[in-house]
Design a binder for this molecule. Structure first.
Ligand code: AMP
Ligand code: GLY
Length: 423
């Protein structure tokens, strides 16, 4: 069986390492992949947003199955285009991917189907948005409507900051057309939990929960990033809360998408906040999270490709999806110093051979036969252990053995989770 994977991040590297375990898998192509993924798949230089190029490649090669994991190609309809030439795919079609592609859509969906989320209003007129802010309690949250690489969310502490945020999105278009509509919503508090779930539109099967660390620096300071590290399971996410989320959020979301004629098939990501008034949805993503995938898949005991195919064929209820419930995982991201702003590229990366199974490469290229950093987030280092403290210690121990100039990582990945465990 030959598999095509679209994307180029640490998440795609984790998916590829996981499906490689299936003995039926022969060739894996990754479009475009990266210098590190090249050790595990045939990388072809076709961009993840180049839907025509992807379809052309898939029609010229013996592709049996395709896995589309990044948000952009999903929202652009990559699954629709590949399905149209007869290739079975893992991932939602364009109609369903809108759950991430438009925050206005997802907020309205939650309101219509009574799925708990922050109270909000949507604006397409800047003056009305600014007028609305005048008597609101601060902080308040301003979100650009479309995909904005996780950066389109501003938490304003004062009215002046809120007005600036609205102006920068709606007048200065700092997030491009994503700022044509803005969502202004209530500021919620509580621990955040990421839950990825397989769903085929008939059943929803949550994976082990995880915790992301989105800020660039220790103690959750600095700018928001794509994610600087993750741990799984998330200790705040108790069995009781999981039951409640299943009843009030996961199943209602699946049913709501069905009722809208937008059946979601793939991995649905629930970004949750456990507020004093119960769990609420902060955001949906139409795909595996990055770097959540780098801790969730190493805990998956079932065969990933088998699960994905069951999703595609709408027979997820017939198979068992098993996670190691007695283990913990930790992923520490090694980034280029300066990320998420400017940083230098081209430094050689050295990874001891015995660590290659633990490393998911996100931003690296091959130059003159050497692996060099080419992105902000360069690689993720994952460990699985019997306890969370052991998993954290093991990952930092490995980080100490991997080298590139100007490497930067947070030193406190998992500390928030440990505090919750020790309470
Ligand atoms: P999003 O891209 O919607 O996940 O937002 C990015 C981050 O902003 C989230 O992970 C939260 O930490 C924060 N955030 C988003 N919406 C809210 C909210 N309504 N209240 C508090 N924090 C929020
Ligand atoms: N780690 C958050 C995301 O994938 O959007």
């Amino acid at each position: 069986m030959n598999v095509l994977v679209i994307g180029s991040g640490g998440r795609e590297h984790a998916v590829i390492k996981s499906i490689k375990k299936n003995p039926a898998v022969e060739t894996i192509w990754c479009l475009p992949g990266n210098g590190g993924i090249a050790a595990d798949a045939v990388c072809v230089d076709i961009g993840a947003k180049d839907i025509d190029g992807i379809v052309k490649f898939a029609s010229e090669n013996p592709v049996d199955y395709a896995i589309v994991t990044p948000d952009d190609p999903l929202v652009l309809g990559c699954v629709d285009a590949l399905s149209a030439i007869g290739i079975p795919c893992f991932g939602p079609d364009k109609k369903a991917a809108i759950i991430e592609g438009s925050k206005a859509f997802s907020k309205d969906l939650m309101k219509k189907y009574s799925i708990p989320t922050a109270a909000y209003e949507i604006f397409d007129d800047m003056d009305k948005a600014i007028a609305y802010l005048q008597d609101k309690e601060m902080p308040i949250v301003i979100k650009a409507d479309g995909l904005a690489l996780g950066k389109g969310v501003i938490i304003a502490e004062t009215l002046a900051e809120a007005e600036d945020a609205v102006r920068s999105m709606m007048a200065d278009k700092v997030f491009g057309a994503s700022g044509d509509h803005v969502v202004i919503e209530e500021f919620l508090t509580g621990p955040e939990v990421s839950v990825l779930a397989f769903t085929d539109g008939k059943v929803v099967v949550p994976m082990v929960s995880s915790m992301d660390h989105k800020r660039a620096h220790d103690n959750d300071e600095g700018l928001n990033t794509g994610g600087m590290g993750t741990v799984a399971p998330n200790p705040y996410y108790t069995a009781e809360i999981a039951d409640e989320c299943m009843k009030t959020i996961f199943i209602p979301t699946m049913k709501a998408m069905n009722a809208e004629g937008r059946t979601f098939k793939g991995c649905l990501y629930f970004g949750l906040m456990l507020t004093p008034k119960g769990p609420k949805v902060i955001e949906y993503n139409c795909r595996f999270g990055d770097p959540e995938t780098q801790v969730v898949l190493p805990l998956l005991e079932s065969d990933l490709l088998t699960v994905m195919q069951a999703v595609t064929e709408e027979r997820l209820s017939e198979i068992e999806v098993k996670f190691a419930t007695d283990k913990s995982a930790c992923c520490v991201i090694m980034a280029s110093a300066g990320y998420p702003q400017s940083y230098e590229k081209g430094f050689e990366i050295t990874i001891p051979a015995d660590l290659s199974d633990s490393v998911y490469v996100a931003g690296a290229a091959i130059k003159d036969g050497k692996l060099v950093n080419s992105g902000g987030r360069v690689l993720g280092v994952t460990s699985v252990a019997d306890t969370l403290p052991e998993a954290i210690a093991a990952s930092y121990n490995k980080v100490g053995k991997i080298h590139f100039d100007n490497a930067y990582c947070r030193k406190d990945i998992g500390q928030r989770a440990l505090k919750a465990l020790n309470k």
